[in-house]
Design a protein around this ligand. Structure first.
Ligand code: DGJ
Length: 546
């Protein structure tokens, strides 16, 4: 990671006080019965989510948008079970929770929390409120009826845009009040912390207009840029010249419209998050609909105002109560997705993938997220949804991920800890299927991507192979992967020397202990190193120089 990146603004966890609390937390890891609040901590630029006081990695799955209703939940739980997920992301709806102004109904929230507990699965609740994919379709009916009080934004030519105005204090206060009630309810109803995190809104921003062009908004953008954004660190991280002040256009040039909208949306959501957090401080996040990460496309081509990579510093400044900004990954291509992961993995931003497409091509990024110190991974739409849904068709793309979760679930606490400690390295197969090397100090690992075909081996047809290496000691590793082969070469003073596997143990973890299935040797290691098929395998491996 570059120095510039390390110095990015907004690392809000203060040094000394953090170190003390981290040491306290670390010393309490493994103590049973602790009911510590879920929290994210950071050390040396890496993050970890602590649940019950111990490192936790969300092997997640997200329910479809209209599945958070009691009658729909049985099929959600069955999907969670077949996926082997330990965390369910599930929406809760403002329109259901506050059917009349000031009257709240927490029956659905209550059902979700109770069922989560029964299924021994943690929850991430998604607060579908002012914004859901840029629109306000989850706003309660009594608000939908009052467009004057709760208006949408106006397009450049005065056209209506199906997106709420971030400049409406009444809507912001109403959302903040309802969200605070939800958090208050959770505080009371969930002392076990079944709910470990809450998403505030869903993919906020606007499609169809880069910003609001209403008369009020026009006046605001012609006014001065707020002091906080003129902070030299903020301006530098936005690649803008340091200036003492000016209008949005003067300070931000061609980016003024998008930046103004991002600031307005983030301020609004930051207000709601702060209100909820003040009663119950669970980790909070905002998910983002992405832009193409290489070409700096115009904001008119993506959801403007959301937490896209180019405006992360604006969101961090405007919404400090939001713990992290999380990319929803529906883009495709290895280079593109790895770039997105890199852009959202910052000292001031914990890496978390709350949504991916559900096809098998996304599974390999689970390894990358673990290697990068992320806290969770989740495909969207895991449940059978709608009357015409064909169960087979909808669940099959998740089979590859469910195998990964079945492997990772029993060793989730270890993986989370190793991830936080920076001990995990990962490679994902690229579209050219080329082998990749990983530097491991005294060794170089060489990972090639191939499937076994009878006694011969052939290059994978799809770029879905992946490998993860956990470094436990100088010569000791955990190797995990699918559709790949591992081999090694000694480096440094031992370069060129003969070496061999001291032992390759295949097995799985149970309560923190590695349980042996078999020792791989002979044909299972001799022909170019251990070959891994479509089912992920855990190999506890020691190497020796001869
Ligand atoms: C992204 C949104 O965040 C989800 O709620 C859902 O609408 C998916 N897109 C649909 O693909």
């Amino acid at each position: 990671m570059s120095e510039k990146k390390k110095n990015k603004i907004g690392i809000r966890i203060a040094g000394a006080c953090f170190i003390l609390s981290f040491l306290a937390i670390e010393s309490s890891w493994g103590q049973p019965g602790t009911e510590a609040m879920p929290q994210i901590v950071m050390k040396n630029g890496r993050h970890v989510l602590l649940v019950d006081g111990k490192p936790f990695f969300m092997l997640g799955g997200q329910a479809h948008n209209s599945s958070g209703w009691p009658g729909m939940m049985p099929q959600v739980w069955s999907a969670v079970k077949s996926l082997h997920a330990n965390t369910l992301e599930v929406p809760i709806y403002w329109e259901q929770i506050e059917p009349q102004a000031g009257t709240f109904d927490f029956s659905l929230v209550d059902t979700l929390v109770k069922q989560g507990r029964e299924h021994n699965v943690r929850l991430v609740l998604l607060w579908f409120a002012t914004w859901k994919n840029g629109s306000n379709h989850y706003m309660p009916e009594w608000m939908k009826h009052d467009a004057a009080e709760y208006p949408n934004i106006t397009g450049k030519n005065g056209q209506p845009v199906d997106s709420p105005s971030p400049h409406t204090k009444a809507a912001m206060e109403a959302d903040a009040k309802a969200f605070t009630e939800v958090m208050q309810y959770l505080k009371k109803a969930d002392p076990q912390h079944t709910v470990i995190m809450v998403q505030v809104e869903n993919e906020p921003g606007s499609w169809g207009s880069v910003r609001d062009f209403s008369p009020d908004a026009r006046k605001m953008i012609e006014g001065p840029v707020p002091e906080e954004l003129l902070n030299p660190d903020v301006l530098t991280s936005l690649n803008k010249p340091i200036v003492a002040g000016g209008t949005w256009k003067e300070v931000f040039g061609n980016d003024a419209d998008e930046y103004f909208h991002a600031w307005s949306v983030a301020k609004y959501i930051g207000y709601i998050a702060a209100a909820g957090k003040s009663v119950y401080p669970l980790p909070l996040y905002v998910n983002a609909s992405l832009r193409e990460p290489f070409s700096n496309p115009p904001a008119s081509t993506y959801e403007s105002g959301g937490a896209t990579d180019n405006v992360i510093p604006i969101w961090k400044t405007a919404a400090p109560a939001i713990d992290l900004l999380a990319p929803d990954i529906y883009l495709s291509g290895s280079e593109t997705i790895l770039k997105v992961i890199d852009l959202y993995n910052r000292p001031d931003n914990t890496l978390f993938i709350p949504e991916t497409g559900s096809s098998a091509e996304y599974t390999k990024y689970l390894y990358e997220i673990l290697a990068q110190g992320g806290i969770g991974f989740s495909p969207f739409g895991i449940d059978k949804n709608g009357p015409d849904a064909d169960e087979e068709e909808l669940t099959s793309p998740l089979t590859t991920l469910s195998r990964e979760y079945a492997m990772a679930g029993p060793m989730m606490r270890e993986l989370a800890k190793w991830s936080f400690e920076g001990k995990i390295r990962a490679v994902v197969e690229r579209e050219d299927h080329k082998e990749q090397t990983v530097d491991l100090g005294s060794w170089q690992a060489i990972v090639s991507f191939s499937a076994a075909a009878g006694h011969s081996v052939q290059t994978n047809t799809q770029a879905i192979g992946k490998a993860m290496i956990v470094q436990l000691g100088e010569n000791e590793f955990i190797l995990i992967g699918t559709l790949c082969r591992f081999t090694f070469q000694p480096k440094g003073p031992d370069a060129g020397k003969a070496w061999q596997y001291l032992k390759v143990e295949e097995g799985h973890y149970e309560n923190g202990v590695f349980k042996l299935l078999r020792i791989r040797n002979g044909d299972e290691t001799d022909w170019g190193g251990p070959l891994l098929g479509t089912i992920p395998v855990v190999l506890h491996t020691k190497l020796i120089i001869r």
